[in-house]
Design a protein around this ligand. Structure first.
Ligand code: PLP
Length: 432
């Protein structure tokens, strides 16, 4: 039996009791830590209820679905990525693998690219502290997520970050943890903005230099939005749309992409994602084979196919989602401005990073360590029925930041902000 245990606790153990539910558990804790998007849920449910019906085939193995006359996500996801990410060459069926969420696809990828004890490098702060990238590197590949620490005065998305990644790779290789993969999350989680093209190309050059795979997680690619805070956000460009082979000396077979409709369609629970690799057919075959025991469920597959195949609805939905993201973000930005809470100007994804340092210091007293301030802040938030996750565990260079999901249903969001005001002893008077 394995003696490898990376973490012994579960996400749920952070939130005592059952989550908030307006009807069933109004006193429960509102979870603002998980990147879930509820802004378009009513419209999506309406579409699903009027277009999708459970048929016998949805209760059977997925192969029955794929071999029959029913719509399935294999084709629908390809069209969705081709039409929204504009790859240089259209993605073909042998370049894409659908799977039960990005985390599962990531874990398979790491298993195929690394041996036990090897490493994957990523800049700080990154997505996940105990779960997510660290968890999915550790289980089942037993691979270490190696943090490339970016100093506070350097933008992790800028070209200036590259030298810190190189240094981390060299140090890790020298210490015996051979780095095999570099991860780039574009748009960034948790910084909530898009990488400039020049940095993406510099990652490709770095991958070639150190003989690495470059895995680009583009799950928020369809969720870039303008606002009064960031009127002209950097437009999202998928690495699939770049001629990396000509623009750099990187062999394009090193480049792979993770994507999917989970965040932009607010369907994280359906567990549908895709792995795309246009120049590395062997990798595609390996990942497809290893997903055998963990396919997407037939029902999820068909629901998503029904939604994505309706191109008129899909196009409207993605556009309307961005409009609502703007509105939801501006509401939270207004709240932060009113309370003089500093935040990272978000222009992509479903969350915003808040720096709560002055509040935490007031709550814990001057001189308290960052860890004490953060722990105390979390406890006080929980006592007041709301939970935000601190990014200190993801080696954030600003250790007093918390990631707040702003895409809860609008009335739940308002209640959560009111609970935070109470928890932090903030002044009254903000109206949404
Ligand atoms: C950047 C990023 N990648 C992957 C995932 C995990 O996706 P899934 O739920 O499809 O496993 C998330 C979820 O929050 C994410 O933010």
């Amino acid at each position: 039996m394995s003696t490898f245990i990376l973490f012994t606790f579960e996400f749920d153990s952070f939130i005592p009791g059952k989550y908030y539910d307006a009807e069933h558990n109004p006193e429960g804790v509102i979870n603002m830590a998980t990147a879930e998007n509820s802004l378009m849920t009513p419209e999506l449910l309406q579409h699903i209820h009027s277009h999708f019906h459970l048929d016998p085939v949805h209760l059977k193995y997925r192969v029955s679905l794929l071999s029959g006359f029913y719509p399935n996500t294999e084709q629908a996801l390809r069209t969705y990525i081709n039409e929204t990410f504009h790859p240089r060459e259209l993605i073909t069926s042998d370049q894409i693998v659908p799977g039960p969420g990005l985390g599962a696809l990531y874990a398979q990828f790491i298993w195929h690219t690394c041996d036990e004890g090897e490493g994957v490098v990523i800049t700080t702060p990154y997505y996940g502290e105990y779960s997510s990238f660290p968890r999915d590197s550790g289980y089942h590949a037993r691979v270490k997520l190696v943090a490339a620490h970016i100093p506070r005065d350097v933008d992790p998305l800028s070209l200036a970050a590259i030298e810190y990644i190189s240094a981390a790779v060299e140090a890790s290789n020298a210490s015996g943890t051979r780095i095999r993969v570099v991860i780039l999350c574009n748009p960034h989680n948790p910084l909530a903005r898009v990488y400039p093209k020049e940095t993406i190309l510099a990652y490709a050059t770095l991958a070639e230099k150190f003989d690495l795979h470059l895995l680009v997680d583009e799950v928020y690619g369809n969720e870039v939005f303008p606002s009064t805070v960031v009127p002209n956000p950097t437009p999202f460009e998928s690495v699939l749309s770049m001629d990396v082979g000509s623009l750099t000396d990187c062999d394009p077979s090193r480049i792979h992409v993770l994507a999917g409709p989970a965040k932009d369609f607010g369907v994280s629970g359906l567990k549908v994602g895709v792995f795309v690799s246009q120049q590395n057919g062997d990798m595609v075959k390996l990942i497809r084979a290893s997903l055998g025991p963990i396919p997407i469920s037939s029902a999820s597959d068909s629901i998503m196919a029904t939604v994505l195949n309706d191109s008129k609805f899909r196009t409207w939905f993605l556009e309307e989602n961005r409009i609502r993201l703007t509105k939801a973000f501006e509401r939270v930005a207004g709240w932060c401005d009113f309370h003089k809470i500093s935040y990272e100007p978000a222009s992509a994804g479903v969350f915003v990073l808040l720096d709560l340092d002055p509040i935490l210091e007031r709550l814990s007293g001057k001189g308290a360590s960052d860890e004490v301030k953060v722990d105390n802040g979390v406890r006080i938030m929980l006592d007041n029925g709301v939970f935000l996750r601190a990014t200190i565990g993801a080696h954030d260079q600003i250790p007093t930041r918390f990631r707040m999901t702003f895409t809860l249903p609008p009335d739940t969001m308002l209640l959560a902000l009111r609970r935070l005001e109470k928890a932090f002893g903030l002044r009254e008077g903000w109206s949404s």
